[in-house]
Design a protein around this ligand. Structure first.
Ligand code: 5GP
Length: 194
C-alpha cells in the first residue's frame, strides 16, 4: 500500500487555515487532520480529543521530554505540539496527514521530514485579519493584540514555503488549496495511473 505524505499548513492565526482544511477533509477521504496537544484552555464548544488534547503543562513537558512530539513550540504564551506516533501510524496506513501548526513547528517538521509539503496561508491584509479576529469574538483584546503582532512577524516566513495561498476570496483560495493537495498527494497520483 502506498504511504501517505505529510502536509504542513501554517500562517497567521485568523488567516483562514481552518476553513481551507475543513473543505479539504470534506472532499478527500485520503486526508487526515492531526489533533495537536496544547496547554491552552478549551474555548466554549471545544472538547478534549476533538480540536485538541488539552493538557496540563507538566504533562505536556513530560511528553516533550520523552520525545513524543514530532514538533512542539510556544505560541501566544501556550505550548502546542504534534503527537508523533499517531502521525506516523496514519502515514503508514496510507493516509495523507495534515498538520495545522505555527511557523516554528513547521521549521522543525521540515528538518525532520524534508519530503513534507509546506503551504502558507496568508490573510489578505493585516487590517482584514484584525477584522476577522474581532468578528470571531473568541479572544480578549490583549490576545488579539498579541496575535496581530505575531501575524506581522509570521508573514515574513511565507518565503520558506513551497506554496503560498492568499485567502482574499474564500472560494478561490479553497480551489487553489485543494488543487495543491491533488498535485502533491502520492495517494491521489497513484489513483490517476492507468
Ligand atoms: P489556536 O489557539 O487559535 O487554536 O491556535 C493558535 C496557533 O497555534 C495557531 O497558529 C496554530 O496553527 C498553532 N498550533 C496549533 N497546533 C499546533 C501544534 O501542534 N504545533 C505548533 N507548533 N503550533 C500549533
Amino acid at each position: 500500500m502506498a504511504e501517505g505524505r505529510l502536509f504542513v499548513v501554517a500562517g497567521p492565526s485568523g488567516a483562514g487555515k481552518g476553513s481551507l482544511i475543513e473543505e479539504l477533509l470534506r472532499r478527500y477521504p485520503t486526508a487526515w487532520l492531526s489533533v495537536s496537544a496544547t496547554t491552552r484552555r478549551p474555548r466554549p464548544g471545544e472538547s478534549h480529543g476533538a480540536q485538541y488534547y488539552f493538557l496540563h503543562e507538566d504533562d505536556f513537558r513530560s511528553m516533550a521530554s520523552r520525545g513524543e512530539f514530532l514538533e512542539w513550540a510556544e505560541v501566544h504564551g501556550n505550548l502546542y505540539g504534534t503527537p508523533r506516533q499517531s502521525v506516523l501510524e496514519r502515514l503508514q496506513k496510507g493516509c495523507d496527514v495534515i498538520l495545522e501548526i505555527d511557523v516554528q513547528g513547521a521549521r522543525q517538521v521540515k528538518e525532520k521530514v524534508p519530503d513534507a509539503v509546506g503551504i502558507f496561508v496568508m490573510p489578505p491584509s493585516l487590517g482584514e485579519l484584525e477584522r476577522r479576529l474581532r468578528g470571531r469574538g473568541t479572544e480578549s483584546e490583549a490576545e488579539i493584540e498579541q496575535r496581530l503582532s505575531n501575524a506581522r512577524e509570521e508573514s515574513k516566513a511565507a518565503r520558506e514555503y513551497k506554496y503560498v495561498v492568499v485567502n482574499d476570496d474564500l472560494r478561490r483560495a479553497r480551489e487553489e488549496f485543494c488543487a495543491i493537495y491533488e498535485n502533491e498527494s502520492p495517494l491521489l497520483r497513484a489513483d490517476k495511473k492507468p
